[in-house]
Design a protein around this ligand. Structure first.
Ligand code: GDP
Ligand code: IMO
Ligand code: MG
Length: 422
């Protein structure tokens, strides 16, 4: 029995959805424990593309149960939209989905505040997904948030919304937005409550009962290590704990029930949104965009791209306690004659082996690269380790060793079958 926490080891979009889908084959339950519909997890099955935002990627496998845990922030309208879309695609969403009554709600004022704050920051904007994630977690921390448990009790929801909206409308006005209509939000949200009520439960109890029965649980991280509120490139981060600890607080499953941490990383690096990115490289960005790759699954924005940053992933191994690695998108590097890997940062005359916490220092860091020979062979059809070109294997071994964890999965394409298990 192994309960596995899967985390992104870079800046998000590492291919977590694809790896979760692959691993769900052997798990019983998949849990989202943080983030909201800022996430976009892509799964391709038999050529059909699914993008999951709030619902765990495990929903695509019949017979598995998916849990939206207490640590997630839920935009109820978006969640109902996602359920409807999945059902129209022929995916069953019923008893296989459970939703925590403690999860906080993203309400219509949150995205508006998010958008206005970004506007006010001008060039210093974070580059958020404008899904209201920061303001929703802000309300949770300030103890003024509304939760799923409120939503499904109409009288309680209406009273809490009315009181909250009074303050929020004053905030919206101050930020230059029009005030929102209580009646409209109440009507829209109570309609979602009727759809969501059957899914709502105490997911902590649900998960502990499942553990007692020996069920195997996968925790599907959203975002990535360097978007973590505490450990990321603050303030260019999201508003939740995206690192392994977030899986415990966001689900109510304690640390000693977790057996393994898997880190997912691309064979290169991407980042969407603003903030420091030491190994960013125009050449590799243009190459990947030219291949039609690296456009965001949630906002469609072009992702910034760069060489593999082993300084960052080594730190991710430390913060998350990564035991095993899944390295995705190896095929993206197939055409290159040589590859670079960032093995240290240079800050003035100093050589750094961990990213500095100070933003100004991090912005000044220069990458120190080691060069590797490319393989210039298409890897997309490789089914096993020995099918990969020698230089590709050497590259994967080198970046795993630099990251400090054991390579378990190599991914050579977005499809389920394009997955090599070591
Ligand atoms: P997530 O947010 O971590 O789940 O990642 P996204 O779904 O946002 O972005 C990863 C992108 O890479 C998606 O378009 C996936 O379909 C794609 N992908 C994942 N693994 C591979 C791979 O090994 N090769 C290729 N070509 N695409 C991959
Ligand atoms: P998945 O789960 C990549 C980024 C945004 C922005 C910052 C803050 O698909 O890997 P937010 O809307 O959360 O306040 O934005 O975080 N971001 C992501 N980047 N993948 C994601 O999720 C992300 N979720 C948020 O681009 O830089
Ligand atoms: Mg994504």
């Amino acid at each position: 029995m192994a309960n596995t926490i899967l985390v992104g080891a870079q800046w998000g979009d590492e291919g977590k959805g694809k790896i979760i889908d692959f691993l769900t084959g052997k798990a019983d339950i998949v849990v989202r424990s943080q983030g909201g519909n800022n996430a976009g997890h892509t799964v391709i099955i038999g050529g059909k593309k699914y993008v999951l935002h709030l619902i765990p990627s495990g929903i695509l496998r019949p017979g598995k149960t998916c849990v939206i845990g207490n640590g997630v922030v839920v935009d109820a309208v978006s969640l109902v939209g996602e359920i409807t879309k999945l059902r129209s695609d022929g995916i069953k969403v019923g008893k296989n989905l459970v939703l925590s009554d403690c999860a906080h709600l993203v309400l219509p004022y949150h995205p508006l505040i998010d958008g206005q704050r970004e506007k006010a920051k001008g060039k210093k904007k974070i580059g958020t997904t404008k899904r209201g994630i920061g303001p929703a977690y802000g309300d949770k921390v300030e103890r003024v948030g509304l939760r799923v448990g409120d939503l499904v009790q109409p009288a309680i929801f209406s009273a809490k919304l009315k009181a909250r909206l009074k303050e929020m409308n004053a905030v919206l006005k101050a930020l230059g937005e029009k005030p929102l209509s209580f009646a409209k939000i109440e009507a829209d949200y109570l309609a979602t409550a009727d759809v969501l009520r059957p899914f709502v439960t105490n997911t902590v109890v649900y998960l502990h009962e499942a553990i007692a029965k020996g069920k195997e649980i996968l925790f599907e991280g959203a975002q990535g290590t360097f978007l973590d509120l505490d450990h990321g490139t603050y303030p260019y981060v999201t508003s939740s704990n995206t690192t392994a600890g977030g899986a415990c607080t966001g689900s109510g499953v304690p640390p000693h029930r977790m057996d393994k941490v898997m880190g997912v990383m691309k064979a290169y690096t991407t980042r969407v949104g603003e903030g420091p990115f030491t190994s960013e490289d125009k050449g590799i960005t243009d190459m990947l965009h030219g291949m039609g790759r690296e456009f965001g699954s949630t906002t469609g924005r072009a992702r910034r791209c760069g060489w593999f940053d082993a300084v960052a992933t080594r730190y991710a191994t430390m913060v998350n306690g990564i035991d095993e690695l899944s390295i995705t998108n190896l095929d993206g590097l197939d055409n290159l004659p040589t590859l670079k890997v960032c093995v240290a940062y240079k800050l003035g005359k100093k050589k750094l082996n961990v990213p500095p916490n100070d933003l100004l220092q991090l912005q000044k860091c220069e990458p120190v690269y080691r060069t590797f020979p490319g393989w210039q062979t298409n890897t997309e059809a490789a089914k096993k380790w020995s099918d990969l070109p020698k230089n590709a294997r050497a590259y994967l071994e080198a970046i795993s060793a630099l990251t400090g964890a054991k390579l378990k999965i190599a991914s050579v394409g977005p499809g389920r079958e394009q997955t090599i298990v070591l």
